[in-house]
Design a protein around this ligand. Structure first.
Ligand code: NAD
Length: 519
């Protein structure tokens, strides 16, 4: 089957013409005649301010690198403080009328944006697959999830209810949930569109304006999202995107004109953002890292649990904050489970995201070296490699950032490998002998995002669910359709505040109490 790719400003590319394009080809034949290709580097990487694409004021750019080939495929605007000032000013100018719009109109606009996301699914997935390296199929799932966030929060935009409080004869008292103003959304690279939408959809639904700052590694799909928002009919300025790296993020987080920050990313950056927010006294929602345990008891359906663990590895090369990468196996289940999982890992096909393999590369050279460093340290600390453990050539593309899907056994909980978030395709195995021991090991890291539990014993599942310190517990399945409605967020250093579900509305509104004496 001939794969075709669509790029904004370029058009449809086939596999063959894509190679020509990378090589700088300028014209080629398509089924519909000759299509002029300027160059793949002309994928529009300008940011989105006040309803339009604009270059950075100072003219700076960042290279967008395809992690499968280590080649630069586009230039993305490098915004600085002046661009952040302009984006915040634009959002401030737009927020009054957006907040004042009849909520039912916001419902319609956000639903229209969701429909446009679904319509542009392939294009957005390709941009993200190129940017981050994930298999196209997974990138398409992410676009569907992004559309799902807009649909979900469109559904609640006209249901942001207050309450009435009885004060007795002659009084009426009620509460209003009002928007905060300008919400800064600082997004990581691992699920750009999905995670941006997780925060932007409820922010907009509640009547806030947004300035988003994607990660330097992955801005393209979020810029397109903002462009589609205007196409859907959202007023210019309601949703701006400033692209750039750490300094751009810092300029946004410390800006006196913002009223709220949602940050998803690493713990050290989360701490820096909290400090910046403190200076302006603005609320923050922090979704930070994880080191999620996956506790498998011997009575569990081991086949299903092993299949789920293998999916964890393949899903975005386990660069997923929720990934349950710490397998805690009850001793009698250990050998069988490890065998089942190793067999599955042996069939995982690596390749370039656009070729739809089972697993793609990791996002960058830096990330690859970091992950390989964790593996090396783990082996030194006594772990045993059951599968993988090395850099991979990614099906002949030995310039890309590929790592073998890796399973490390006999990982002591107190070692670096047992404590640090790896954020790459590595699963670790630790064996336990009792429920209490499993709970102690599960709780024995600074993180607390998600806990997986596999057992047929309901009482044991509930005992673990009540005892673990994590924002979510998932029993006998790690994913479910409709998870957008489930509150999500961290305990401990995994952060605070809850995204998803109606719980998220608390992040994006402030409560005003109105007391009236009419007697
Ligand atoms: P990161 O913290 O390096 O960067 C995240 C974002 O913050 C990027 O946009 C970056 O440019 C920006 N940034 C960096 N320094 C900043 C500063 N001083 N001020 C303001 N902005 C700044 O994280 P990353 O490497 O992009 O993402 C990986 C991390 O994100 C992992 O730890 C992962 O677990 C976490 N993560 C958490 C969730 C969640 O929902 N809990 C989801 C995905 C990823």
């Amino acid at each position: 089957m001939d794969t075709k790719w669509f790029f904004p400003k370029i058009g449809v590319l086939t596999r063959e013409t894509w190679s020509q394009t990378l090589a700088g080809g300028s014209e080629f034949e398509t089924g519909n005649g000759t299509l002029k290709v300027v160059n793949a580097s002309e994928i529009d990487g300008r940011m989105f301010l006040d309803g339009e694409r604009v270059s950075a004021r100072a003219g700076g750019t960042i290279d967008a690198i395809d992690p499968a080939t280590a080649e630069v495929f586009a230039k993305v605007a490098l915004g600085d403080k002046a661009d952040v000032d302009a984006a915040v000013a634009s959002a401030q100018a737009a927020m009054g009328s957006w907040a004042g719009l009849a909520p039912v109109r916001r419902v319609r606009l956000l639903n229209r944006l969701a429909a446009l996301l679904r319509e542009h699914s392939r294009e957005l997935a390709e941009l993200e697959s190129l940017d981050v390296g994930k298999p196209l199929r997974q990138a398409e799932d992410d676009v569907a999830a992004a559309a799902g966030y807009f649909e979900y929060f469109a559904g609640v935009a006209d249901k942001v209810f207050g309450s009435s409080i009885p004060l007795g004869q002659g009084y009426v008292d009620f509460t209003l949930r009002e928007p905060l103003g300008v919400s800064a959304q600082i997004v990581p690279w691992n699920y750009p569109l999905r995670l941006a939408s997780r925060g932007i959809a409820p922010a907009l639904a509640c009547g806030n304006a947004v300035v988003a700052k994607p990660a330097a590694e992955a801005g393209l799909s979020i810029i397109r999202l903002a462009e589609l928002a205007v196409e859907a009919g959202l007023p210019p300025g309601v949703f701006n995107v400033v692209t750039g790296g750490r300094e751009t993020g810092a300029a946004l987080a410390s800006h006196a004109g913002i009223n709220h920050i949602t940050f998803t990313g690493s713990v050290p950056t989360g701490i820096a953002i909290m400090k910046a927010a403190a200076d302006n006294v603005v609320p923050v929602t922090l979704e930070l890292g994880g080191k999620s345990p996956n506790i498998v008891f011997a009575d569990a359906d081991l086949e299903r649990a092993a299949a789920s663990a293998a999916t964890t590895l393949m899903q975005n090369s386990a660069q997923t904050c929720t990934a349950p990468t710490r397998l805690l196996l009850e001793a009698p289940a250990h050998d069988r489970f490890v065998e089942l999982l190793a067999t599955r890992i042996g069939t995982i096909r690596l390749g370039r995201g656009l070729d739809n393999p089972d697993m793609g590369p990791v996002v960058s050279e830096r990330q690859m070296q970091r992950v390989l460093g964790f593996i090396a340290a783990g082996l030194k600390d006594g772990a045993r490699a059951v599968a993988g453990g090395r850099r991979a050539d990614g099906a002949g593309r030995n310039r890309g950032f590929f790592i073998e899907p890796t399973l490390l056994d006999q990982v002591a909980p107190g070692t670096e490998l047992g404590q640090e978030e790896i954020f790459g395709p590595v699963l670790t195995v630790t064996t336990f002998g009792s429920v209490d021991e499993a709970i102690a090991v599960a709780n024995g890291t600074p993180y607390g995002l998600v806990t997986g539990v596999w057992t047929r014993d309901l009482s044991r599942a509930l005992t673990v669910a009540m005892a673990v310190k994590s924002g979510q517990v998932r029993v006998n399945s790690y994913s479910v359709e409709g998870s957008i409605g489930l509150p999500f967020g961290g305990y401990k250093r995994s952060g605070f505040g809850r995204e998803q579900g109606v719980e998220a509305l608390a992040n994006y509104t402030q409560v005003k109490n109105v007391m009236i004496n009419f007697g």
